[in-house]
Structures are given as C-alpha cells and as structure tokens.
Write a protein that binds this ligand. Structure first.
Ligand code: LMR
Length: 398
C-alpha cells in the first residue's frame, strides 16, 4: 500500500537546516529557519525557564493527564498576557482559551473549529505569508483567498490595495493577520492600520484570525499585542493563535494557545466543548512540560521579571543585527539600498533577490535562505556579518 505514496520535496524551511548541516564549508551560514541564536550560534534555554524547570522538577506531583484544554491557571495567565489583564472581553467573559501544541497546533485547532462552525468560510491569507500557513490550515478543508501585503519595490505594505482586497471578504470569512513581526516580510501594521482593518471588519462582518508567534520580539509584549487587544475590544468575534516557541525559547516543547472571542458569554461552554473535542480527536490532551514552565514563569514576579529582561535582550540583539547588516552593506558600497531592513521587525526580512541569486548564495558561499530570499536575521553574528554582506554585494552588483 505505501508504495503508492508519492515522494514529497523537502519542507521549504526545515529542509534548509538539513541541507546546511550536511554542508562541509566551514564558512556556511544558516539564514533559514526562524530560531533565535546568540553570538556563538547557540539557541540557549532562557535562565528564567531553567529556573522554572528546577522548581517544576522539585514540586511536580504527578504525570497524570492534563485537562484537554490545559490547566485553569495556565489559561488565566495566558489570557492576561495575550489580551492584557482586565481587558473588557475578559471581564465580559467572552474569551475561550485552551492550551495548544505550539503555534502550529493552535492554528490547526482554530481551523478545525472554524470548519465546524461554517464549512464554507474562506481564510484570507496575506501575500506573502509563512509558507506553512496554507498547508496547515488547508488540511482542515477550508478554502483560501489572498490579499496583497508586501510590495517588494517599496519594501512596505501596500495598505490601500490590502484594504481594497479585504473589502471583498464576506461575512463569516476569516482574515488571517500576523499580530507582529510578519513572517516572512518583517513589515507590520501601524496602529492606524489595525484600526482601519477593524472598521472594515465591523462594516463587512469578516472575522480577524490573528496569529501571534512573536509577542515581545517586535517592540514590547504590550505593543506587539495591540491589534489583538484593539480588535477584541471593538469586534464581536475574534480568533487568536499564540505561540510560546520564540518568546520563551520553548520551540521543541510545543506550547501555545488558541483563544476564541465570542459574541455572548452563553456561547463559551459550547465553543470550549468543541475545542476540547477537536483536541481529543487529534492528540487527546496537550503535553504538560512546556506549559508548566510558562505557567511557573508568568506566576512568579521575579521569574517573570527575569524572563522579560531576557526577552528584551533577544529583541535588542535582533535589532542590532538588523542595523549591523544594513551598515555593513553600506560600508561595502552596495548599489542597492537595504535600509528598510532596519525599519522592519522580528526575525525575518526579504533581501529582494531572485531565485537564481538565492541559489548562487547557496552554491558559491554556502549561505542558506528560503527561495523567496527571506532571511532569518538571527543566523547572523559578528563573525559572519562581513562574509554574508560581501556575498550579497557580489550577487547584487556583479
Ligand atoms: C519559520 O518560519 O522559520 C519558523 O516559524 C519555523 C517554522 O516552523 O517554519
């Protein structure tokens, strides 16, 4: 039977890690997958997380199953982090949150719920978006539409065109928006732009579906959640998928959350029951470890403070790498202006290179990035910065 299966190409992002690992060039640089790295190229366990792990190890009482939706304490802390403590939607008890298995698992549960609620709902996805979005959400059987989000000529969001496209989104459609640190472009909506999309949603009845994979990597925990908090205040319904992979560095622990803002508190039990049922039919109940660490850190004033400092350091490192790359390209006299990279935020930006230039960087320099020329800024460090910048100048100017 299994001989009938076609062989699939490698994942466009994860495949790069495998390729780069196998490369014997000592100068190789992996700008592929979005994983934070320090100056030595390591992805450290945060000190706040390590301390939480010690506490958890000493106090863990049981390994019996978690509730399918996660522990109530985890849910309460996550709601406060995502929506802001005392948010009107929380006070009105219109928010249903369950623990998710990373950002991907959370997105998938949300998609299954949407499919159950309205099987003809379409999901509007930004063009470009994270390559896995359509595969991950599409597996639930939902249909897709696209809206323009990034103009490679001006390196900015063509907002008028975006709004014009979204004017076609119908009541009951979902519009997927990245809360912050847009993957792959690094270009984020301003507060005024969030407000304009909210007005359109109010007028036309589409439901924003916000993916927040990088809270705290853009400007701050609060500013990065602006869109979610504003929309949850203004609109009757909202879907939010959240990940702790990046901001807690818990990539392999698979911890996230999915929140549904409903019109009426009377709907909470039904929506919660549906999500628990979806979880039960895919993975039964979530893993405990990563969520326990998030819970421990968020509940403890000192650990939380420590975590916020470490998160700030990660954010600052990414910002300084952005500036350093722009400066290095300038110093080398590159004919192209890359200063937009400094204005963007989060882990990713496009270099604006063609596929063949991306291929050239790989074959001639062992520099790996997604075909679209998306780079993961965190793959840069002071040792490889000049090498990468020289290679970019070579392919752009020669
Ligand atoms: C990325 O886009 O590189 C990250 O979100 C990791 C992933 O799962 O693709």
């Amino acid at each position: 039977m299994f001989e009938l299966l076609p062989t699939l190409p490698a994942d466009p992002i994860l495949g790069l890690t495998v390729e780069c690992r196998a490369d014997t060039n000592l100068n190789k640089v992996d700008l592929g997958v979005g994983v934070f790295k320090d100056e030595s190229g390591n992805t450290p366990v945060l000190a706040a997380v390590k301390e939480a792990e010690r506490q958890y190890f000493d106090t863990e009482q049981s390994k019996a199953y978690l509730p399918a939706g996660g522990t109530p304490r985890f849910i309460g802390l996550v709601n406060d982090l995502v929506f802001g403590s005392g948010h009107p939607a929380l006070q009105q008890q219109r928010v249903v949150t369950i623990q998710g298995t990373g950002g991907c698992g959370s997105l998938r549960v949300a998609a299954e719920l949407i499919k159950r609620a309205n099987s003809s709902a379409r999901i509007w996805i930004s063009d470009p978006s994270w390559p896995n979005h359509s595969a991950l959400l599409g597996s639930s059987g939902l249909g897709f539409c696209q809206y323009p989000y990034y103009d490679q000529n001006s390196n900015s969001i063509p907002f008028e065109q975006m709004l014009a496209a979204l004017a076609e989104a119908e009541a009951g459609d979902l519009v997927l928006i990245h809360a912050c640190c847009h993957n792959p472009s690094g270009a984020d909506l301003s507060e005024a732009q969030w407000q304009a999309v909210t007005e359109l949603a109010k007028k036309n009845g589409f439901i924003p579906f916000i993916d927040m994979a990088y809270q705290g990597f853009g400007q701050s925990l609060e500013a990065d959640a602006y869109g979610i908090r504003y929309m949850a205040e203004q609109l009757p319904e909202l879907v939010v998928a959240n990940s702790f992979s990046k901001n807690f560095g818990l990539y392999r622990e698979r911890v996230g959350s999915v929140s549904i803002v409903v019109k009426d508190p009377n709907l909470v039990a039904t929506v919660n029951g549906q999500m628990m049922n979806i979880a039960r039919t895919i993975y039964s109940m979530p893993p405990a470890h990563g969520a326990a660490l998030v819970e421990t850190v968020l509940a403890d004033t000192q650990l939380r403070q420590k975590w916020q400092e470490e998160l700030g350091q990660m954010r600052d490192r990414i910002k300084s790498l952005r500036s350093a790359l722009v400066q290095e390209l300038k110093n080398l006299g590159c004919s192209r202006d890359f200063s937009f990279i400094e204005a963007q935020q989060g882990m990713f930006s496009f270099l604006g290179l063609s596929k063949s230039q991306v291929e050239q960087l790989k074959t001639a320099y062992s520099i790996y990035m997604v075909d679209s020329s998306r780079i993961s800024i965190c793959g840069l460090n002071s040792k490889n910065m000049n090498y990468v910048a020289r290679a970019i100048v070579d392919v752009v100017d020669k």
